[in-house]
Design a protein around this ligand. Structure first.
Ligand code: SF4
Ligand code: SF4
Length: 225
């Protein structure tokens, strides 16, 4: 077995390990990739402001203070959606996003510089006014600050606050379904429009949600499961 190759490496050998870890987030400088049809909305999802994310630079979890657009993972959950595991190659290598170009597993300086540049946002990518209105309405109702405020009150106020959180969860589910059913938006684009479903991200508040047979939700504290 090779011993710690990353310590000796001075150039990329295209081993694909970084692509198999996760995809990049997008900077504003990556926006031409949309106009050139290298990337499309089905490749992406949004991490909304206030969401818990892994800060790979500092190797820590943090609540993001800005919106992030990220390339999705493969269905297996293993690596970037644009990595071809069979070919062991990036399918858009010549046009890969700026973070991928800057990433060097033996030296993080260039990556850090690119990472600090302005991030792409949904407004850079989505131009349809009716979708932008829906995104704005969703952001207002499902604001992570609002949810966090409610969650902090659960112990003190109990069921009345739980009902408020459940209403938000239901709204999040409904707007996703209706955007697909009524506007014909590809289901693969929904997490770009509204971020990851609250039924998944609610874990960051120490809560878990189960859907009952009648479609209603049950909210419980994770340590009570
Ligand atoms: S930068 Fe990525 S592909 Fe290149 S050698 Fe390092 S881990 Fe492998
Ligand atoms: S876009 Fe290409 S280079 Fe970048 S992480 Fe995905 S597969 Fe790797």
């Amino acid at each position: 077995m090779e011993s710690k190759p990353e310590e000796k490496r001075t150039h990329c050998i295209r081993c694909g390990e970084c692509c198999l870890a996760t995809g990049p987030s997008l900077q504003k400088s990556d926006l031409p990739l949309f106009f050139n049809h290298v990337l499309d909305n089905t490749h992406l999802y949004t991490i909304r402001k206030g969401e818990l994310v892994r800060d790979n630079i500092n190797d820590a979890l943090k609540f993001t203070d800005q919106e992030i657009i990220k390339l999705g993972d493969q269905e297996t959950g293993k690596g970037c959606i644009l990595y071809d595991d069979g070919e062991k190659a990036c399918t858009i290598y010549e046009d890969r996003p700026s973070q991928c170009r800057a990433f060097a597993c033996w030296n993080s300086e260039e990556f850090k510089a690119v990472f600090a540049e302005p991030k792409a946002t949904r407004k850079d990518i989505i131009k349809d006014p009716s979708l932008l209105r829906l995104i704005s309405a969703h952001e207002k109702t499902c604001d992570y600050q609002v949810i966090s405020h409610y969650v902090k009150q659960i112990q003190q106020k109990g069921d009345s606050i739980i009902r408020e959180v459940l209403k938000i969860l239901q709204y999040d589910q409904d707007i996703r379904r209706l955007t697909h059913e009524k506007l014909g938006i590809d289901p693969r684009e929904i997490d770009l429009l509204y971020g990851r479903p609250l039924t998944e991200t609610i874990h960051m508040f120490g809560l878990t949600v189960k859907q009952e047979l009648d479609g209603s939700y049950l909210l419980t504290a994770e340590d009570a499961c």
